[in-house]
Design a protein around this ligand. Structure first.
Ligand code: HDE
Length: 680
């Protein structure tokens, strides 16, 4: 007998509702439900006497508190998440039988957790690092997890090296420094001695590793997976997330300042955008390679240090994910969510990428220690929206109350249920790939080219992007103490580009390589952020205003808002500022609580009656924005101030003297940064 697998009528949101509690207006009780008459004084033998062991309330409260923390994730500890939904554009039945990829009218609930990799749970968010981009799709066939990063390749080719990589990048064990940073000896020693990392290092030294926002970065499944259709035909696939707002980055100096000014910069941005109704959106893209074409490329498609150039294998956009709901409780949801690349549904399968194969082991294993036992799938955030039944029992924190005496297969007492379901009825069957080989510990010859794609990446960068990469290497290696490691890295990256290696060598006092780069034969424009989508909406502008501002200002602010731009008023105090025509503006930030680096653009208005201190503060904002290549606008008194400081008439600086001020300022904001500005 085969049992149906009915879809739970409850949506993920409804399912989560059952577990939510609102403690407001409730009586205070113990965890056993006993109402309490007092909660501020422990039970003592006399007012000045010792506390009594019989104080069960004190003991329960303190014991719970003592156990409030769980081990942080060994990697990706610092993360932030949101709920949303995924909608498909057209059926993908040609490639896969996965139910959530068949019908465009189906909305699949998702939960997405973004993270940095190296830092501890409380570390700053704008550090130079890859970002995790993990998506849990709650499908009617079970949970599917796409556990990716914002960089399409990885440092190593085999999972067995992951502990070494992570030990090398984490703070050094003798002094636990530096936190959340790769700029130290052990990381670069690992890189120089594991040259398969060259390609990913190029990405981590690029602007990709300092995203402006979690809403403005790409996501990649990294590995090659398989899609399998209802006829059993398989295709190789790579997954992409493309942000609708485009891919944008910070500049390094700015990123470092933000780490101090607002270590929560990325989560705050995500949280506020969702609260404002500016829902982050990402399109899902797939690249497909026919199984017959597996060996047609100059790289091995199983090698996770290689990408599939988009110009050769186009990315087909197949759906859109919208993040539209913040979590109610970060611990219960974001911290307890358990992702696993092995959480798949029928129609999605693995390849033999040796990195992926190892991940298939690691993720369950790590949850056992982190979430305290094998029942983490019962936590509300991890529960599938469809029912689940099997003969697994007991263990720490078991919540399900399984009825009846039978907990084994095969049985007759429960008519041999729960029973497996044939593939035709939705039972998962692994793709029957033919494999044969000797048991070996070795790397395939086809995995041994470590530099061609690293060079492809370099050759695809725009001049400012190349400059940023050179500065990033110079910064990171400049922090390395070992001369030998510095030299090894310079020698290694001479294989990518001698132009790069020579400039880095110059910056860090190492011996430059000899020779010249070969002429460029190939580049991949899709790798550069220069061509990305540029939009003004959701950009934050610091509007620096003093009392007696001109009456036109509210009009300008309205025009900005109509484009989805978010002007926020910065002034000396939080008192409302008044215009010459009697209008008033609410002030959101003071010079003390805010900083230029926390905005996408600065708009200096000032006023004729503003004092010298105000003028200086305004110019500090403008000067910093200028050095970070950000758009700057000025009207009224602000124009005079910028002129006097020599900050006018540069690319991306728009002053009220032009009749089209508002339009031009919006254009400048859309451009994100103005690299052609001369900054010393
Ligand atoms: Fe992970 N990785 N990883 N990883 N990974 C974890 O699982 C691991 C790799 C990624 O928001 C851990 O639950 C191994 C590649 C993300 O909860 C752990 C290898 C990619 C997250 C683990 C890799 C990732 C993790 C730690 C080499 C991009 C955060 C906590 C074979 C495709 C998920 C946890 C979240 C988390 C192991 C390499 C992405 C230890 C062994 C490549 C986004 O299981």
């Amino acid at each position: 007998m085969t049992k149906k697998h009915p879809v739970n009528e409850k949506s993920k949101q409804e399912q989560l509702e059952q577990f939510k509690t609102d403690d407001r207006n409730q009586a205070l009780t113990t965890n056993q439900g006993l109402k309490l008459s007092e909660d501020e004084f422990s039970l003592k033998a006399g007012e000045r006497g010792p506390t009594l062991m019989e104080d069960f309330h004190f003991r329960e409260k303190m014991t719970h508190f003592d156990h409030e923390r769980i081990p942080e994730r060994i990697v990706h500890a610092r993360g932030f998440a949101a709920h949303g939904e995924f909608e498909l554009y057209d059926s993908l039945s040609e490639y896969t039988k996965a139910k959530f990829l068949q019908n465009p009218s189906v909305k699949t609930p998702v939960f997405v957790r973004f993270s940095t990799v190296a830092g501890s749970k409380g570390s700053a968010e704008t550090v130079r690092d890859a970002r995790g981009f993990a998506t849990k799709f709650y499908t009617e066939e079970g949970n599917y997890d796409l556990v990716g990063n914002n960089i399409p390749v990885f440092f190593i080719q085999d999972a067995i090296k992951f502990p070494d990589l992570i030990h090398a990048v984490k703070p050094e064990p003798h002094n636990e420094m530096p936190q959340a940073a790769s700029a130290h000896d052990t990381f670069w020693d690992f890189i120089a001695n594991n040259q398969e990392s060259a390609h990913m290092v190029m990405w981590s030294m690029s602007d990709r590793a300092i995203p402006r926002s979690l809403r403005m970065m790409e996501g990649f499944g990294v590995h090659t997976f398989r899609l399998v259709n209802a006829e059993g035909k398989a295709h190789f696939v790579k997954f992409h997330w493309k942000p609708v707002l485009g891919t944008h980055s910070l500049v390094w100096d700015e990123a470092q300042t933000i780490s101090g000014k607002d270590p929560d910069f990325h989560r705050r941005d995500l949280w506020e955008s969702i609260e404002n109704g500016d829902y982050p959106e990402y399109e899902l893209g797939i690249q497909i390679i026919d199984e017959e074409d597996e060996f047609k490329f100059d790289f091995d498609i199983l090698d996770p240090t290689k990408l599939w150039p988009e110009e050769d294998i186009p990315v087909k956009l197949v759906g859109k994910m919208t993040l539209n709901r913040n979590v109610d409780n970060v611990f219960a949801e974001t911290e307890q969510v358990a992702f696993h690349p092995g959480h798949v549904v029928p129609g999605i399968d693995f390849s033999n990428d040796p990195l992926l194969q190892g991940r298939l082991f690691s993720y369950t294993d790590t949850q056992l220690i982190r979430l305290g036992g094998p029942n983490f799938h019962e936590l509300p955030i991890n529960r599938p929206v469809c029912p689940f039944h099997n003969n697994q029992r007991d263990g720490y924190g078991r919540q399900t109350i399984n009825k009846g005496p039978v907990s084994y297969h095969r049985n007759s007492l429960a008519a041999n249920t729960p029973a497996p379901v044939p593939e035709s009825e939705g039972g998962y069957a692994h793709y029957q790939e033919k494999v044969e080989g000797r048991k070996v510990r070795s790397r395939s010859e086809s995995f041994k080219d470590h530099f061609s794609q690293a060079t492809l990446f370099w050759n695809s960068m725009s001049p400012p992007e190349k400059e940023h990469i050179i500065s990033a290497f110079s910064f990171e290696l400049g922090k390395v103490k070992s001369k030998s490691v510095q030299q090894q890295v310079v020698d290694m990256f001479a294989n990518v580009s001698t132009v790069l290696a020579k400039q880095v060598a110059q910056a860090i006092g190492a011996t430059p390589p000899s020779g010249e780069d070969a002429p460029v034969t190939k580049s991949s424009p899709a790798l550069s952020q220069e061509q990305t989508i540029k939009k003004p909406n959701t950009r934050k502008v610091a509007v620096i205003v003093a009392n007696d501002f001109s009456g036109d200002l509210p009009q300008v602010l309205n025009s900005l808002k109509q484009q989805g731009i978010q002007p926020e008023i910065v002034s000396t105090t939080l008192q409302n500022v008044k215009g010459t025509d009697g209008s008033e503006l609410e002030v959101q930030h003071t010079f003390l609580t805010s900083d230029s680096v926390l905005f996408d653009a600065v708009y200096v208005v000032g006023s004729a009656s503003a004092d010298e201190k105000f003028r200086k503060e305004a110019l500090t904002f403008a000067q910093e924005a200028f050095e970070h290549f950000k758009p700057i606008g000025a009207t009224d008194e602000g124009v005079k101030w910028l002129k006097a400081a020599g900050l006018d008439s540069s690319p991306g600086v728009v002053t009220g003297e032009t009749t089209r001020f508002t339009d031009e300022f919006i254009e400048a904001i859309s451009a994100h940064r103005h690299w052609n500005r001369h900054v010393i």
